[in-house]
Design a protein around this ligand. Sequence first.
Ligand SMILES: *Cc1c(COP(=O)(O)O)cnc(C)c1O
Length: 389
Amino acid sequence: MKKRIYLDYSATTPMKKEVLDEMMPYFNEKFGNASSIHSFGREAKEALDIARDRIAKAIGAASSEIFFTGGGSEADNWAIKGIAFANKNKGSHIITSKIEHHAVLHVCEYLEKNGFEVTYLDVDEYGMIDLEQLKEAITDKTILISIMFVNNEIGTIQPIKEIAEIAKEKGVYFHTDAVQALGNIPIDVKELGVDLMNFSSHKIYGPKGVGAIYIKKGVKIHPLIHGGAQERKRRAGTENIPGIVGFGKAAELAIENLDAHIAHIQKLRDKLIEGIKNNIDYVRLNGHPTKRHPGNVNFCFEFIEGESLLLSLDMVGIAGSSGSACTSGSLDPSHVLMAIGLTHEIAHGSLRLTIGDFTTEEDIDYVIENLITIVDRLRQMSPLYEKVK
Ligand SMILES: *Cc1c(COP(=O)(O)O)cnc(C)c1O
């Protein structure tokens, strides 16, 4: 079979075998509804409790502060709409950043159309927010700050603890989307001092369609999904037990192997970054040089279209992603690359390669070798490149 190298771990991850093994019985043998009184129900409820304990342990929370959702996006929606609706008597102002995931940005835009006011903080060339600008943005109407932990495109890690301190001082809730952080950097919600934090299972080698949110005890929030009394009346709907079991196992494995995982992907990330920098000219590393997701590589290649680069890489079996929103049918470059100050032209030549547990040294060698040839070939076809050469 043709060689295939997956370097899109920030888009989704393959499930680990241990995760799948643990999930399997809950599809048929142990199929009970966790709300049922009988033994079938109790079996499901026990599994649910264990999974909740595992997520809580992974982030230093109490189990009663963890709520399961249908994924990371749902949890982002819940955090923001739930806080907005529950606290509108206090104020209607929300602060976020220009580089959030669409599950945060589009929720904020929706709220703007429904009576709320949103401030979108700028970021610097590395994708970092400015704490002074944050302080100045807070008014007596501000009810929520939502700033992501680790950016999914360029990997930049925000100063979460410092943001939480500012929020606390001003009596404002602080939510952070930690989908890219869990399993890639150590997390302790108590030490960080955040009020809400959300996660997604399929980004940490668990199944798709399941996520969780940490809601600190005492936080005033409305439900997003109304219905039955599941998740302590805060998230209705019969629990996705197999998914939740898988997520719990994935989180447990992620924490057990955290140091080795980070060491492994960081080494390969640095090898790939060096390999690109040393062998290809007219490139720019996007994101912060050190405060960065250990598996994130994001480059702009001048005089090249990101789409052509992706297609050429795909032809030699390499799976990456680009910063332009081609999937949405528009050719607009990523809002993140725009926010760090890139021109449309430069941003169009972006490539994100994200490394994970199953990536090997040989994979990276193969990618560097192929990138050199492909970039060179594509540039030979560029009239702009001819001029600067
Ligand atoms: C993937 C991702 C999400 C969405 O999670 P889903 O489970 O796919 O809905 C939200 N935020 C960030 C930062 C992500 O990377």
